[in-house]
Design a protein around this ligand. Structure first.
Ligand code: BES
Ligand code: MN
Ligand code: ZN
Length: 494
């Protein structure tokens, strides 16, 4: 997508479709839409008088060839009542662009919202416009409902132009990282195996000058990564531990932040096999790993002054005559032994070895991302991701980054009292808690492998993909986590 910034009146933006977003409680006679209303001879205010154009959330009003505008169409998108959420505006722009799917418009424009800083506005537009073009039609040969938009003009005034430009630049980079993560997530399980994921990571590293190490089965065996290998044992697809590294020439911080993603490219449950209904969703069980790769892609372009590692523990969880069984004991890379009571609790197994390896590679702070527990979806739904941590300061840092990046994350307690729920009679730990606190016992399991290194675990089981089309995003992978990770190590100027 080509995104341009123009300091001009909204009525002078010559595009196929001009998008303007507005709040329910916002007048048209003053404020961001006043220029448009004047150019349209008061038509917007007149509609409001007639109780039209209420500005309810996601309400789209589409006008053909409006007289007085250089644009061919006007797309008005409601945002509901103004909340303390600056991402309302980004969402509405995405709704406007997605509304144009199936219509043959090649260029869009977006009208400025001056209550936001120019940089943030530019970033929101870029992210929204890019996001709208991702969908699940890659394997359709007919009935595609494509977005034909190829260029976007961001309208602003000359006082904001430079800031909006900087924001567009950053937004395009973040959006590309999100798009990358979503495209990996949306691939079917047979098109996104651990080996293919590693190849994509290697291409990414080559393209952007990141360091890369891919540990293959033989090396994993030599090292003794029994937990990761145990999960992969039932599958014909060999496991991979992917390690990307970003090392700036001059680091301004001695911190090494490591992102660690769960990369289960398909989770059948293994011998503790899942029910047939909905098992197809488990191709998305690598979305934590995809978010790590997407974030590394953006970070390599934004070039922050600190070292960042990106690890993905990639494996396929399948039942077979070779598969691990309930009751088996695995020896993890850390040396700790794990009693496997349910082979479907595989995410914590592959992550445990990756976390140990991240610390060995010098990580001083860690964030892991995983579609780890169905219990997290029960607790927080598809709205918030769960956060657990062994270090409140680091947790606060991640929560703040998520807030700035527009992602919803909620902290759950990781109290020592939960430890006894994963005590094993025959090994150091078991991979299954009881019926209660399933998200926390999974988080606690991971905690046992990070020692005192500040660590945050994000359970993204409810937010990594959406099951139905929404006005602002297509069904499928969301790229959840990419904005937060990028904001954490390469924050936007505020
Ligand atoms: N990948 C699943 C968790 C999941 C389920 C994510 C549904 C998104 C939607 C994970 O590997 C899993 O199977 N977890 C089990 C753990 C249980 C066996 C302790 C679960 O949540 O049922
Ligand atoms: Mn599972
Ligand atoms: Zn899983």
């Amino acid at each position: 997508m080509k995104i341009d910034v123009r300091a001009a009146a909204p009525s002078d933006i010559a595009v196929d479709a001009l998008i303007a977003v507005f709040f329910e409680d916002e007048p048209f006679t003053a404020g961001p839409l006043a220029g448009l209303d004047a150019a349209l001879d008061g038509a917007l205010a007149a509609c409001r008088e007639a109780s039209e154009l209420r500005g309810r959330r996601d309400e789209v009003t589409y006008l053909h060839a409006p007289k007085g505008l250089a644009a061919g169409r006007l797309v008005l998108v409601g945002m509901g009542r103004r909340e303390a959420d600056r991402y309302q505006i980004g969402r509405a722009i995405a709704v406007g662009v997605r509304y144009l799917r199936g219509k043959k418009h090649a260029s869009v424009g977006v009208v400025d919202r001056s209550e936001l800083g120019g940089e943030l506005f530019g970033q929101l537009v870029a992210e929204a416009v890019e996001s709208a073009s991702v969908d699940l039609s890659a394997y359709k040969t007919e009935d595609r409902n494509d977005l034909h938009v190829e260029a976007c003009t961001v309208q602003t005034d000359s006082s904001r132009e430079q800031a909006v430009r900087r924001g567009v630049e950053r937004g395009s980079i973040v959006a590309d990282g999100i798009r990358f993560a979503r495209s990996l997530g949306n691939e079917p399980g047979d098109k996104m195996t651990p080996r293919i994921m590693a190849e994509r990571a290697a291409e990414l590293a080559g393209e952007l000058g990141l360091g890369i190490e891919v540990l293959e089965e033989e090396r994993l065996k030599e090292l003794g990564m029994g937990a990761l290998l145990g999960v992969a044992r039932g599958s014909e697809e060999p496991a991979r531990l992917i390690v990307l590294s970003y090392e700036p020439e001059t680091a301004t911080s001695s911190d090494v932040v490591a992102f660690v993603g769960k990369g289960i490219t398909f989770d059948s449950g293994g011998i503790s096999i899942k029910p047939r209904e909905g098992m197809e969703w488990m191709k998305y069980d690598m979305c934590g790993g995809a978010a790590v790769l997407g974030a590394m892609r953006a970070i390599a372009k934004l070039k922050p002054g600190r070292k960042v590692l990106g690890l993905v523990a990639a494996a396929e969880n399948m039942p077979s005559g070779k598969a691990i069984k309930p009751g088996d004991v695995l020896r993890s890379y850390s040396g700790k032994t794990i009693e496997v009571l349910n082979t479907d609790a595989e995410g914590r197994l592959v992550l445990s070895d990756a976390l140990t390896y991240a610390i060995e590679k010098g990580a001083t702070r860690i964030v892991d991302l995983a579609t780890l527990t169905g219990a997290c979806v029960i607790a927080l739904g598809h709205v918030f991701a769960g956060l657990m941590s062994n270090d409140q300061e680091w947790a606060d840092g991640v929560l703040a980054a998520a807030g700035s990046a527009g992602e919803k994350i909620w902290q759950l307690p990781l109290d020592k009292a939960y430890r006894e729920l994963i005590r094993s009679d025959i090994a150091d730990i078991k991979n299954l808690g009881g019926r209660t606190a399933g998200t926390i016992t999974a988080g606690y399991f991971l905690r046992e492998f990070v020692g005192s290194t500040p660590w945050v675990h994000l359970d993204i089981a409810g937010t990594a993909w959406v099951e139905e089309d929404r006005p602002d995003i297509a069904r499928g992978a969301t790229g959840f986590g990419v904005p937060t990770l990028v904001e954490l190590v390469a924050p936007a100027a505020s």
